[in-house]
Each structure stands twice: as structure tokens, then as C-alpha cells.
Ligand binder design. Structure first.
Ligand SMILES: N[C@@H](CCC(=O)N[C@@H](CS)C(=O)NCC(=O)O)C(=O)O
Length: 203
């Protein structure tokens, strides 16, 4: 299978961590967004976004929650999404929260790439508010625990780890490490896993 992504994309990192945790081999294609309207990614994902996963039979999967769910279902190695409905929903809810913080952050990054006189400070402030509230909710719901749900490492932890480590990379001014010590314990523990060590945003 082929994963279309980039080393800096936090959504692609989430999928790469899942692939590594599940010991699934893949080819990583990193330049598919280049070429404007004729960029290769548009043939894989009409929405023109990474990550997208192309299976060996040609079927393409997007977006990252769909890809993560598919990958978790294809082999029994270290299940990352529990089966019971409530637990499963809680994991997906954590993922939605972490991804939502990223959506807000990515929209600010894109806005910052526009000429200064075309940027909307009000829109950026609104997105920043989503990020800050999202991280505050993560901290509140984690409490003193060392994993997001139950005791086991799962997709919720992966999603939160990829989001907060991306904030370190792109938004160092968001001082989550000073504000939320329990999130720091969680994320620093995750960062020691081989799957995270092997997928830095700044290799
Ligand atoms: N909901 C999507 C979000 C993916 C996303 O926003 N990817 C960004 C890169 S980090 C992208 O491809 N942006 C290009 C665009 O929006 O055209 C997912 O979870 O996969």
C-alpha cells in the first residue's frame, strides 16, 4: 500500500504511527501535493488533502480517521480501537478532539501563508480559541491518568500525541507544557515509542 503524505503533516503522522505500531509495510509518497490542479494527490483524493492511502487493488482511502480505522481492522497486532461501543466511541471522540485542534491550527498556518494584507486577524483568533479550548479539554479529560482512555495505549493517545507534538513544532507560543503537566507526562512517554521517534516532523 502507498501512503500519500508529508513529514510535517500531523494527520499523516498519526497514520504513520498506526502503520508502525501495527507492523504494516507501506511506501511513503511525500511530493504528491506539488503541481497545483494537476497534483497527483487529486487523483487519489479528490479533496486534494493528505493523508490518503492507496491500497494494492487501487482503492484509495481518506481521511485519517477512516485510514486509521481500516489499518486497525486488517491485522490483530495491538488493537488500537476497542470494540465495545462506548469505549470505541470514547477513542473516536478523543481523535475528533485532537484532529479538530489540528484543523484549527492548519487553517492558521494556511492563513499565515497569505499576503499580510489578505489575512484575517479575527478569523485567526477564532481558530486559536478552538485550539486553546481543545487542549484545555484534553487536559481536563485526561486528569491525572497516563493514557487517554482505560489503561491501554490506543488510537486516542496516538492522536493526542501527534497533535501536541505538532503544536510544539508549529505553535511554540501555545504554552501547553507549562499549563498542563499531566499532558506533558503522557506526551513525553509517547515520544519515547519507536513509532514516534521514527516520525519526527523535522527529520
Ligand atoms: N480531516 C483530514 C485533514 C487532512 C488535512 O487537513 N491535511 C492537510 C495537511 S496537514 C492538507 O492536506 N491540506 C491541504 C488542503 O487543505 O488543500 C484528515 O484527518 O485526514
Amino acid at each position: 500500500m502507498k501512503l500519500f503524505g508529508s513529514v510535517t503533516s500531523p494527520f499523516a503522522r498519526k497514520v504513520r504511527v498506526v502503520l508502525l505500531e501495527k507492523h504494516i509495510e507501506f511506501e511513503f509518497i511525500t511530493n504528491s501535493m506539488e503541481g497545483g490542479e494537476s497534483a497527483p494527490i487529486n487523483n487519489i483524493n479528490p479533496l486534494g488533502k493528505i493523508p490518503a492511502l492507496q491500497l494494492d487493488d487501487g482503492l484509495s482511502l481518506f481521511d485519517s480517521p477512516v485510514i486509521a480505522e481500516y489499518l486497525d481492522s486488517i491485522n490483530p497486532v495491538g488493537h488500537l480501537i476497542p470494540e465495545p461501543a462506548r469505549e470505541r466511541t470514547m477513542v473516536k471522540r478523543w481523535e475528533a478532539l485532537a484532529d479538530g485542534v489540528l484543523d484549527a491550527g492548519v487553517s492558521i498556518v494556511l492563513e499565515m501563508r497569505r499576503p499580510e494584507n489578505e489575512r484575517s486577524p479575527a478569523a485567526m483568533a477564532r481558530q486559536k480559541g478552538k485550539m486553546e479550548r481543545g487542549v484545555a479539554m484534553m487536559a481536563k479529560e485526561l486528569g491525572p491518568r497516563t493514557s487517554c482512555t482505560a489503561d491501554a495505549f490506543n488510537l486516542a493517545d496516538i492522536a493526542v500525541g501527534c497533535t501536541l507534538l505538532w503544536l510544539d513544532f508549529r505553535f511554540p507560543e501555545i504554552t501547553w507544557r507549562e499549563q498542563y503537566p499531566h499532558l506533558v507526562v503522557l506526551v513525553d512517554k509517547l515520544a519515547q515509542r519507536k513509532s514516534f521517534i521514527d516520525t519526527p516532523p523535522n527529520p
